[in-house]
Write a protein that binds this ligand. Structure first.
Ligand code: NAI
Length: 694
C-alpha cells in the first residue's frame, strides 16, 4: 500500500506499507543521488514508519541504482539540512531494524546510508564503493568510521584510500553485505537479522600498520600529490582510537575542509568536464560495424585492436604481404597481453582475432566499411596517395579519417570525392589504452560525419575532444609551446634535470626532457625543420635540441642516450648535453642565472595557459574544460590541479596578466600578452566566466 508522505516533502522518496513492513524507495532518476529533497523525503519516510509502528523498514532504490552518491549540483553550495549523517544516525539508532535492499550501485553517501542499517542485502549486479577521494574529499557521512568497524581495518583502508568500487560478490566475501539475492527487496523482508550490534556500536577496528603503509604507498603512486587519500587513511587510523562520536566529528570536519580545497575544486572541474565529454556521441550518428585501418604500425595496430574490442570488424591494409604479416603479429601481441593480464581467455582471444580481423596488402576487394582510418607514415604525399586509393576502393558514404599528428588535414583531404565525410581522428599512443582522442573538424567535415565518429569513440570508451585545424591541434600545440618555454629556461640558466624535477614535483607524470627521451627527439626535430623555426622572427629559436639530434645522434632511449645518459635504464645528467647548453648560452651572450623550481613551474604552466587561451579564442577548442581534458589525459598534467586552464584561472586573471606582461618586457619574442586576456580582465570576471566557473 503506497502512502503519501506529509506536506512539504517531494515525491522523490516513496513510502509503502505491507504487512507491518515499511518499504522506503528512493526514486530520484537517473541514479537516485541524495539531493536535499531526497534527504528531506527520507526523514519524512522515517517519521511515517515510526507512526505506523512497523516491525521492519526496507530501504531501496528505484530503477537500476540504489544511490549513486551525492548530488553533483550541490557540490559547490554549503550543505542544506537535513544532513546525511543525521539521517544515518537516526537509521542506526532506530528501534525498528532498517534493512538495505541494494538493488544497484551504492556509492559514496549511498553506501554510507546502508552502513547505518542493521543489515544489507544486494543484487548480484550491484556495485559498492566509497569513491570520494577521486573527487578530492573523503566519505563525510560515517564511511571512514563505520566501514572499518564492519569489514576490518585492512579492507576498509584499501577500499577508501583507492576509492575502489567492488562487485556485490566481493562485498559478500568481505562481510560488507549479509546476503546476495536477485530480488533484494524480498530478501531484505525475509532476512533473519544477524546477531550483532549496530555498525557504529561494533568494537573499534584493530590498527594494521602494514595495511596503512601499503595504502600510503599506493596513494603516493596512484594519486601523487593528492591530499584526500592520505586524510582518509588518517581517519581510518583514528577510528581505531576514538569513540564513534568523536571519530564522526573529526571526519565531518575533515570532509568540510576538503570540500572547499583547491584539489577538490580541480577534481570536480575534471569530473564535470569528463561527464560532458562522455555525453558526446550519445545522440545521432550511425552505428559502425565494419572498418578499414591503413598502416599497421604502432598506431594502426592498436586502433584496429581497440575497434575490434567493440565488435567492429577491421580490415588492416599494409603496403605488402610482409607488412600485413607484421601487423598481424603486432595485433596478436596485443591479444597476448590481454591474455597475460587475465582480461580474456586464450581461446577467446584467438577467436576474436580470427573473427574480427583481417590483414591484407593493398586495396583489392575491401569490404564496404563505414569508416576508414589512416595511420601510415607522417608524410603528406604518402597520406594523400592512401586517401586517393581509399576513395576509389570504398563506397561514397565511407567516412575517411586521418590519424595525423601535425599535418594539415585540409591538405590531406584535397581532391576527395566528398570532403564532407573526411575528418581527423587523433588517437594517443598506446591507442587501445589511452582514453583521449582529438576529433578534428576539417574545413568541409559534415555534422553527420562528426556525429557518427563521436558515437564510435563513445562506444570505445574514449574521451573525445573536438578540435579545429591548426598546427598540433590542441594537445601537441600546447606541448610545443611548453617545450619551447623550457628550452628558453635552459639557455637562460636551468638544466634539464632541474626542469624535469620541478615539473614532476608540480605533479606532471614526467618532466618534459624525460618525455622527449622516451618518445624520441627526432619527431620534434623534424617538426622544427618543417616549420623552419631557425628562421622564424616570431620564435626565439633555441638550437640546443637540434644540435643534440644533428651533432650527437642521441635520439633518446631508443639510441641509448638523449637529454640524459642512461645507466641500466636510469637517467643520469649528461656532461655532454650540459656542455651544449652552456655553450649555447655563451654564444647567445647570456649570463646564466639560477631559476627556482617555483619559477620554472610558473613559466611552464603560464605558457600552457597562454597557448590554451589562444586556442580557445581561435575557436580551435570548444571549451577551456576540453583543453584541460586533453592535457590531463594525453600529456600527464596532474588531474588534481584541474588542467592548465583551471589551474591558471584559480590564480586570478589579473595576476596572470601581470605575470605575462612582466615576462614579455624581458623577452618580447617568447611572450606576448594575448589580446583575449586583456579583454577578459577588462570584463571584470571574464576568465571565470570563460571557464564556466562564475
Ligand atoms: P609507424 O611507423 O609505427 O607505422 C606506420 C605503418 O604504416 C608502417 O607499418 C608502414 O608499413 C605503414 N605504411 C606506410 N605507408 C603505407 C601505405 N602507403 N599503405 C599502407 N601502409 C603503409 O607509425 P605510427 O607511430 O603508427 O604513426 C602513424 C601515424 O599516426 C602518423 O601519422 C603519426 O604521426 C600518427 N600518430 C602517431 C602517434 C605515436 O605516438 N606514434 C600518436 C598519434 C598519431
Amino acid at each position: 500500500m503506497e502512502v503519501a508522505l506529509g506536506a512539504g516533502t517531494s515525491d522523490l522518496v516513496r513510502f509503502a506499507l505491507d504487512d507491518g513492513v515499511a518499504l522506503i524507495t528512493i526514486d530520484n532518476p537517473p541514479v537516485n543521488v541524495t539531493s536535499q529533497a531526497v534527504r528531506a523525503g527520507l526523514m519524512a519516510a522515517l517519521d511515517a514508519a515510526d507512526e505506523a509502528q512497523v516491525s521492519r523498514i526496507v530501504l531501496t532504490g528505484a530503477g537500476t541504482a540504489f544511490v549513486a552518491g551525492a548530488d553533483a549540483r550541490e557540490f559547490d553550495a554549503p550543505p542544506q539540512p537535513p544532513h546525511l549523517p543525521d539521517i544515518i544516525d537516526r537509521i542506526e539508532a532506530s528501534d525498528v531494524p532498517v534493512v538495505a535492499a541494494i538493488n544497484g550501485v551504492a556509492l559514496g553517501g549511498g553506501l554510507e546510508l546502508t552502513l547505518g542499517c542493521a543489515a544489507r542485502v544486494a543484487a548480484p549486479t550491484a556495485r559498492l564503493g566509497l569513491p570520494e577521494v577521486t573527487l578530492g574529499v573523503i566519505p563525510g557521512a560515517g564511511g571512514t568510521q563505520r566501514l572499518p568497524r564492519l569489514i576490518g581495518f585492512g579492507e576498509a583502508v584499501a577500499m577508501i584510500s583507492e576509492g575502489r568500487i567492488i562487485a556485490a560478490e566481493k562485498a559478500l566475501q568481505i562481510g560488507l553485505i549479509d546476503a546476495l539475492d536477485d530480488d533484494p527487496v524480498a530478501a531484505a523482508n525475509a532476512l533473519v537479522l544477524p546477531d550483532r550490534p549496530a555498525t557504529g556500536a561494533l568494537p573499534a577496528p584493530v590498527l594494521d600498520c602494514a595495511a596503512t603503509s601499503a595504502a600510503q604507498k599506493g596513494a603516493a603512486k596512484r594519486a601523487k600529490g593528492q591530499i584526500a587519500p592520505l586524510k582518509a587513511i588518517e581517519l581510518i587510523e583514528a577510528a581505531t582510537q576514538l569513540p564513534l562520536d568523536q571519530g564522526l566529528a573529526l571526519e565531518r570536519q575533515t570532509f568540510l575542509d576538503l570540500k572547499t580545497s583547491d584539489q577538490a575544486a580541480a577534481l570536480r572541474h575534471v569530473f564535470f568536464a569528463e561527464r560532458s565529454a562522455m555525453a558526446r556521441g550519445r545522440k545521432g550518428g550511425d552505428e559502425i560495424t565494419e572498418a578499414v585501418v591503413v598502416g599497421g604500425g604502432t598506431m594502426g595496430s592498436a586502433i584496429a585492436y581497440a575497434l575490434a574490442q567493440q565488435s567492429v570488424r577491421v580490415t588492416l591494409v599494409e603496403t605488402d604481404d610482409a607488412g600485413a604479416a607484421r601487423a598481424r603479429d603486432t595485433v596478436a601481441g596485443l591479444y597476448d597481453q590481454a591474455v597475460q593480464r587475465g582480461k580474456i581467455a586464450p581461446e577467446a582471444a584467438e577467436q576474436a582475432l580470427a573473427r574480427n580481423h583481417s590483414f591484407q596488402a593493398g586495396y583489392d576487394s575491401l569490404p564496404a566499411a563505414q569508416i576508414a582510418i589512416e595511420a601510415v607514415f607522417e608524410d603528406l604525399g604518402v597520406k594523400r596517395e592512401v586517401f586517393a586509393a581509399l576513395d576509389a576502393a570504398l563506397p561514397r558514404t565511407t567516412i575517411l579519417a586521418t590519424n595525423t599528428s601535425y599535418l594539415d588535414p585540409n591538405s590531406i583531404a584535397d581532391g576527395l570525392r566528398d570532403p564532407a565525410r573526411f575528418l581527423g581522428l587523433h588517437f594517443f599512443s598506446p591507442a587501445h589504452l589511452m582514453k583521449l582522442v582529438e576529433v578534428i573538424r576539417a574545413q568541409d567535415t559534415a555534422p553527420e560525419t562528426l556525429a557518427t565518429v563521436l558515437r564510435l569513440t563513445r562506444r570505445m570508451g574514449k574521451i573525445a575532444v573536438p578540435a579545429g585545424v591548426c598546427d598540433g591541434f590542441i594537445g601537441n600545440r600546447i606541448l610545443t609551446r611548453y617545450r619551447q618555454i623550457c628550452d628558453v629556461m635552459l639557455i637562460e640558466g636551468a638544466m634539464p634535470a632541474q626542469i624535469d624535477a620541478a615539473m614532476r614535483e608540480f605533479g606532471m607524470a614526467m618532466g618534459p626532457y624525460e618525455v622527449q627521451d622516451l618518445s624520441g627527439l627526432d619527431i620534434a626535430h623534424a617538426n622544427r625543420q618543417r616549420l623552419n623555426w631557425a628562421a622564424r622572427p616570431d620564435i626565439r629559436y633555441i638550437p640546443i635540441a637540434d644540435r643534440i639530434v644533428e651533432e650527437t645522434g642521441r635520439l633518446g632511449r631508443k639510441t641509448g642516450a638523449g637529454w640524459y645518459d642512461y645507466d641500466e635504464g636510469k637517467p643520469l645528467p649528461s656532461a655532454l648535453i650540459e656542455g651544449i647548453v652552456t655553450q649555447e648560452s655563451e654564444r647567445a651572450g647570456i649570463t646564466r642565472r639560477a631559476f627556482t623550481d617555483a619559477e620554472i613551474v610558473d613559466r611552464a604552466t603560464t605558457a600552457m595557459f597562454d597557448e590554451g587561451l589562444r586556442i580557445l579564442d581561435e575557436g580551435i577548442a570548444d571549451s577551456a574544460a576540453d583543453i584541460d581534458l586533453v592535457l590531463i589525459h594525453g600529456y600527464g598534467f596532474p588531474r588534481w590541479r584541474g588542467g592548465p586552464m583551471h589551474y591558471a584561472e584559480r590564480q586570478g586573471q589579473s595576476a596572470l596578466l601581470k605575470r605575462i606582461e612582466t615576462y614579455s618586457e624581458a623577452d618580447p619574442v617568447t611572450w606576448t600578452v594575448p589580446g583575449v586576456l586583456r579583454r577578459l580582465v577588462a570584463d571584470g570576471d571574464g576568465l571565470k566566466t570563460l571557464m564556466g566557473d562564475a
